[in-house]
Structure formats: structure tokens, C-alpha cells
Design a protein around this ligand. Structure first.
Ligand code: SF4
Length: 115
């Protein structure tokens, strides 16, 4: 198997090639070790941090920005987005407030203050 990826760890955006199967992956094109680890993770268990917004129930036309506190499995993004879409929170909200818990080993937290 050969896969071509663009590393998204930093703005340099190295073009990575990954060859091999299972535990025996050879990564080329990375300018630093983070790129190698990113490529291996992407081919074996890809994860993403999800960012979105949640409705503030007691404020008209107000949303609070949120994100997962840690990356979640990529294949669970749509399921988590459904939970975020159904969530509501009452103001005041402090940045870091847990909006949803037990989300694939992490939480969805507010990233903004709403007075
Ligand atoms: S391989 Fe290293 S230098 Fe290249 S984009 Fe990834 S993190 Fe940045």
C-alpha cells in the first residue's frame, strides 16, 4: 500500500508518502519526527479535534464556540456532531465549561465566555 498525505501538524505542510502494511510503515517526505508520527497515526487510527458551536438557550441568537478537549476517532465525527447539534447551554458560560461529557474518552468544552 502507498498513501500520499499532507502533514497538518504545522504550516509547512510537508508532502508525506507512506508505504507498507500494519506495523511496517515507511514514511518519507517529513521534515521532522512529528510528521512521521502523524502519518503513522493517520494510517492506523486517525483522530481529529472537533470544533463547532452550541446554542445558548437563554440568549436570543447566541451561540458559544466549543471543541473536543482531545482528539476523537475520525470515524466518530458525525456522531459527535449530532450530539453537539442537539446540545444547549444556559448563559453565563465560561471558557472551559464542560458542555458534553463521555465523548469517546474526552469532553466537549466551551472555548468562549458568554456573560
Ligand atoms: S513533517 Fe514536521 S515540519 Fe513538516 S509539516 Fe509536519 S510537523 Fe511540520
Amino acid at each position: 500500500m502507498k498513501r500520499e498525505l499532507v502533514c497538518i501538524i504545522c504550516p509547512r505542510g510537508c508532502r508525506l508518502s507512506v508505504e507498507g502494511e500494519g506495523e511496517n510503515l515507511i514514511v518519507t517526505g517529513n521534515a521532522c519526527p512529528k510528521g512521521k508520527q502523524y502519518a503513522i497515526d493517520e494510517c492506523t487510527h486517525p483522530v481529529r479535534t472537533v470544533t463547532s458551536i452550541v446554542r445558548v438557550a437563554n440568549r436570543v441568537d447566541t451561540m458559544v464556540s466549543v471543541k473536543t478537549a482531545a482528539p476523537i476517532p475520525k470515524e466518530k465525527i458525525f456522531e459527535v456532531m449530532e450530539k453537539i447539534r442537539a446540545a444547549k447551554v444556559d448563559a453565563p458560560v465560561a471558557s472551559g465549561t464542560v458542555i458534553l461529557s463521555d465523548i469517546y474518552g474526552t469532553e466537549v468544552v466551551a472555548t468562549k465566555n458568554i456573560d
